[in-house]
Every structure is written in structure tokens, then in C-alpha cells.
Design a protein around this ligand. Structure first.
Ligand code: MN
Length: 137
């Protein structure tokens, strides 16, 4: 149950970009249980579109997706003045070069399978930061 005081228009919004339905379900449930409003996109193109339109407080994106990858979504959003302040966490089930992940401009990354405690810690850390302080390189 979400405490009543959190059910306001000020409720923070998290966009999840994930092509795997089970991962989407699990990650959405974890985020929603923290009281955040959840937006879902099943591919990179839709994720990019929703990010631009809704300007969420955080984006969590899978890397491996059909079409536009999560790293490309991150690169595009960070290259755009209108969206570069949105923090992005990248998740991947594959061993990728950390440099390559960081080069996409994302603010954090997590290897799958995700450890819930670590995931929540990262989520809270990013959500507590004022927007201006989130520009981590
Ligand atoms: Mn995937």
C-alpha cells in the first residue's frame, strides 16, 4: 500500500524501458512498491518518445532491446538539452565494457540479475539528489 501522503501530483515518476515482459513486471512492481508512479516502454523508440514527452524523474533502461538499444536511448537523451537532466540507470544481463556503458552518459548501471537491496539503494540515492547535482560523469 502506498501511504496516502504520497498519492499526490508530486509523486515522482520512473520510466522503465524493458523488452522482456517478466523483467518489466518485476522491476515495475519494485518501483511501484516504493510509491513511485511507473511508466513503461517495451522498446527503445517508445522509451525515447515517453522520456521526451513525460520528462520522468528517473529512467531505468535495459541495454539489449530490438531496434534502439538502451545505450543509444541514453546517448540521445543526454545529447538533448531538454532531457539531459533526467538520470538514467542502465541494466544489462551481458558483460559489457563499463567504459562503453559510461560513454552513453548514463548515471548508473546494474548487472542483471538485479539485487533488490542494491537496486533500491541506487534508486534512493539518485532520487534524493537535486537535479543540478545529478550530472555525474
Ligand atoms: Mn532485453
Amino acid at each position: 500500500m502506498i501511504p496516502a501522503e504520497n498519492q499526490t501530483v508530486a509523486r515522482k515518476c520512473v520510466l522503465i524501458v524493458e523488452d522482456d515482459p517478466l523483467s518489466m513486471k518485476v522491476v515495475s512492481a519494485i518501483i511501484a512498491a516504493q510509491g513511485y508512479h511507473v511508466l513503461q516502454a517495451m522498446d527503445g523508440a517508445r522509451g525515447f518518445e515517453l522520456a521526451r514527452r513525460e520528462h520522468p524523474d528517473l529512467i531505468i533502461t535495459d541495454v539489449q532491446m530490438p531496434g534502439i538499444s538502451g545505450l543509444e536511448v541514453s546517448r540521445r537523451l543526454k545529447a538533448d538539452e531538454a532531457t539531459r537532466d533526467i538520470p538514467i540507470i542502465v541494466t544489462t544481463a551481458y558483460l559489457l565494457d563499463e567504459k562503453e556503458i559510461r560513454a552513453s552518459g548514463c548515471d548508473g548501471f546494474m548487472a542483471k540479475p538485479i539485487t533488490i537491496s542494491e537496486f533500491l539503494e541506487l534508486l534512493e540515492t539518485i532520487m534524493r539528489m537535486p537535479r543540478a547535482a545529478r550530472d555525474i560523469d
